[in-house]
Ligand binder design. Structure first.
Ligand code: NDP
Length: 248
């Protein structure tokens, strides 16, 4: 497996921590971003200053043509991808009955179709059936897929349920082609995504009440598991969704 990793949505939050840790562990990293160009470029600079290798890749991963261009740019920069982390995602909170035109589609494009588009491009490069050396795909789900999310989460929870199912089905499809496929299901993790639900203070209060470990988690705690899941140390871990949720 090549030591080239693509992390989608790596400009901040969990994706940025995965990119940082991956570079420290010797991966050459594609740092995908959509809107946060400054943050992505700063992360690439930080990785370089730390002795690592990274390239910033602009793409709205909801759009298949941008995904294809992003993979071609990664091919040019570092060669064939060995690990794909489908991390990009958006949190949304609205009553289904109040959904604005296009709002449902936007969530599913960002959280579900993005993962399909990126996995498709990765498989074309990794699969032994396509002449590749194998690889690993890790999808970022959420405990919302089994808990139904916080209030107003029908679209978000449903999109993460689709990610769980994609993980299981894709594991069957490409397991015999040298590609391991898994998902992580983070719980309440301290990132900017929670501005949708009243911000970090409110999320921490909820974590104190509802998480058996009694606290929210950090992006670094998710990144540690992500790096393990695509490593050789997890060589027999396949087609599974791993909770990183403090027992919630
Ligand atoms: P953040 O809001 O902190 O970061 C989201 C990232 O996704 C940003 O880098 C953003 O890029 C990127 N992104 C969003 N849409 C697109 C798109 N269309 N194309 C490319 N990039 C995109 O979120 P988190 O780090 O918290 O979440 C990361 C993943 O983890 C998500 O899939 C989320 O659902 C999941 N998760 C998070 C939990 C949490 O508590 N934080 C819990 C469970 C799951 P940019 O800013 O450049 O636009």
């Amino acid at each position: 497996m090549s030591k080239v990793m693509l992390v989608t949505g790596a400009s901040r939050g969990i994706g940025a921590q995965i990119a940082l840790l991956a570079a420290r562990q010797g991966w050459s990293v594609g740092v995908n971003y959509h809107r946060s160009a400054d943050a992505a470029l700063e992360l690439v600079r930080e990785i370089g200053a730390d002795g690592g290798r990274a390239v910033a890749l602009a793409a709205n991963v909801s759009r298949p043509e941008e995904v294809e261009r992003m993979f071609a740019e990664l091919d040019q920069a570092f060669g064939r991808v060995g690990a794909l982390i489908n991390n990009a995602g958006v949190l949304a909170s609205f009553r289904l009955a109040d959904a604005a035109p296009g709002q449902l589609e936007e969530v599913f494009r960002a959280n579900v179709f993005s993962a399909y588009y990126c996995a498709r491009e990765a498989i074309r490069r990794m699969s032994t059936r396509h002449g590749g050396p194998g690889g690993a795909i890790l999808n970022m789900s959420s405990v919302a897929s089994r808990l139904g999310g916080l209030g107003g989460g029908t679209a978000y929870a449903g999109s993460k349920g689709a990610i769980d199912s994609l993980t299981l089905a894709l594991a069957k499809e490409v397991g015999g082609e040298g590609i391991r496929v898994n998902a992580l299901r983070p719980g309440l993790i301290e990132t900017e995504i929670h501005s949708v639900h009243g911000g970090l203070d409110q999320m921490r209060a909820l974590a104190r009440q509802s998480v058996p470990l009694g606290r929210s988690g950090t992006a670094q705690e998710v990144a540690e598991v992500a790096l393990w899941a695509v490593s050789e140390g997890a060589s027999y871990v396949h087609g599974t969704c791993i909770d990183v949720a403090g027992g919630r």
